[in-house]
Design a protein around this ligand. Structure first.
Ligand code: AMP
Ligand code: GLY
Length: 423
């Protein structure tokens, strides 16, 4: 089988790496890929933008690709799956309409409300004055969200009324025409990445991301600074409830709207101190960096699971097999991220780290001749597997300590919630 992976992050490196482990997968192409996918055996980068759907379809046809796996939300929301399906190319990832579950928060909230899925109470606004009145009535803390894709910058958790009012003005000013204002939920977050063929849903092991740049979950939001899997907050009871009360009803609601959703349904949940889960948001794709912590534990060949989704026979697949133990991924970033940062810094120590038993997934990297250099904000995702959480944590930081580039920044406290849960 020849597979084309769309995207250039750590998530796509992990997807290509995992897919290539399957005896069925002969070759992988990444569009555009990064330094990590360029170095993978039997993998080739194709330098096209992820939004360049016409040319991606052309490349898939020319190379007789058997399956396309789409990483990021932007091409999905632009309809890449619709276009590939029209050409008869099997694709894992929802259609443009299905991707609205991520690209429109108001659409997703209406769908979830219809399905009886627990969510934060809120309202949708097209007008700043009405949104501000509502905020003043409700009080703080309160959450203001852009309705469209905003690369992680569209959610403001406001602690004061002026902050919430400013957030409303800012979002309308940058061009959003619809915003959502909703109650601020408290608790602990968990990411449930589920795979679906439009009928059956199978959850992957639960993971926990670390969205803030600073240790102790401080500072601005990022794409994610580290993840671990499985996350102990997601007990078997909770996972069963999430399946029955959240994931299954969502897939049914999608079907009722005529949406045949074949791809990842990623539920970002807040679990209250009483253990009640509510959906903060849905994403229509694999999480990054969650994927770099989840996939290394998966023993069932990934291509088999994905093909079962694409061919709508996920229900026939035996339960997914998982390696026991814990995986931890620590992201290392360029100085200045998530703000301005420089590129082109030489990266050293990856091989030394890998000889210590970690896997280094590359994100913002590229090959400059035979030198590997930084090319983005999040640069690497270093993943270790341990028999337990403590072993994985020790191992992952031993790996990270081998790696260097000018200005490298990473959090030393990945997994702190799992640590404090134990103690
Ligand atoms: P998003 O950009 O949609 O991934 O949301 C980013 C983050 O905002 C989430 O991971 C939460 O930490 C936070 N968030 C979103 N909605 C709420 C809410 N209703 N209450 C509390 N925090 C929220
Ligand atoms: N790790 C958060 C996301 O993928 O959206």
């Amino acid at each position: 089988m020849k597979i084309l992976v769309v995207g250039n992050g750590g998530r796509e490196h992990a997807l290509a790496w995992k897919l290539l482990q399957s005896p069925q997968v002969k070759q992988c192409f990444c569009v555009p890929g990064n330094g990590g996918t360029a170095l993978l055996e039997r993998c080739e980068n194709i330098p096209l933008a992820v939004e360049d759907i016409d040319n991606i379809v052309k490349v898939a046809l020319e190379n007789q690709i058997d399956l396309v796996v789409v990483g990021p939300e932007v091409p999905l929301s632009l309809g890449i799956s619709d276009r590939l399906q029209q050409e008869g190319i099997p694709v894992f990832g929802p259609t443009q309409l299905g991707a609205k579950i991520e690209s429109s928060k108001s659409w997703a909230k209406t769908l979830m409300a219809e399905a009886g899925v627990p969510i934060a109470q809120g309202e949708t606004f097209t007008d700043a004055a009405a949104a501000k009145d509502y905020i003043t009535q409700q009080g703080v803390p309160i959450v203001v969200k852009a309705d469209g894709l905003a690369a992680g910058k569209g959610v403001i958790v406001a602690q004061t009324i002026p902050e919430a009012h400013n957030a409303v003005d800012d979002l309308f000013q940058v061009g959003f025409s619809l915003i959502v204002v909703e109650e601020c939920l408290i608790g602990e977050e968990v990411s449930i990445l589920a795979l679906t063929d439009g009928i059956t849903v199978r959850s992957l092991l639960p993971a926990q991301d670390h969205k803030r740049i600073g240790e102790g979950d401080t500072g601005p939001n990022t794409g994610g600074m580290g993840a671990y899997c499985p996350a102990p907050i997601a007990t078997p009871d909770l996972l069963q409830r999430v399946d029955q009360e959240i994931l299954q009803p969502t897939v049914t609601a999608l079907r009722n709207r005529g949406i045949d959703y074949r791809g990842v349904l990623y539920a970002g949940l807040m679990v209250s101190p009483q253990g009640e889960p509510k959906v903060l948001e849905y994403n229509c794709r694999f999480g990054d960096p969650e994927t770099q912590a989840v996939l290394p534990l998966l023993e069932t060949p990934l291509d088999q699971v994905i093909l079962a989704c694409v061919q709508q026979r996920l229900g026939e697949l035996p339960p997914l097999r998982w390696q026991s133990g814990t995986a931890v991924c620590v992201v290392t970033a360029s100085a200045g991220y998530p703000g301005k940062y420089e590129k082109g810094k030489a990266i050293t120590g990856i091989q030394e780290a890998e000889t210590m038993g970690v896997t280094v997934f590359q994100a913002g990297t590229q090959l400059d001749g035979d030198r590997l250099v930084t090319d983005g904000g999040r640069v690497l995702g270093v993943t270790a597997i341990g028999q337990d959480f403590d072993e994985a944590i020790t191992k992952v930081y031993q790996g990270v300590d081998c790696i260097d580039f000018e200005g490298q920044y990473y959090r030393r406290d990945i997994g702190h919630r799992a640590q404090s849960r134990k103690s």
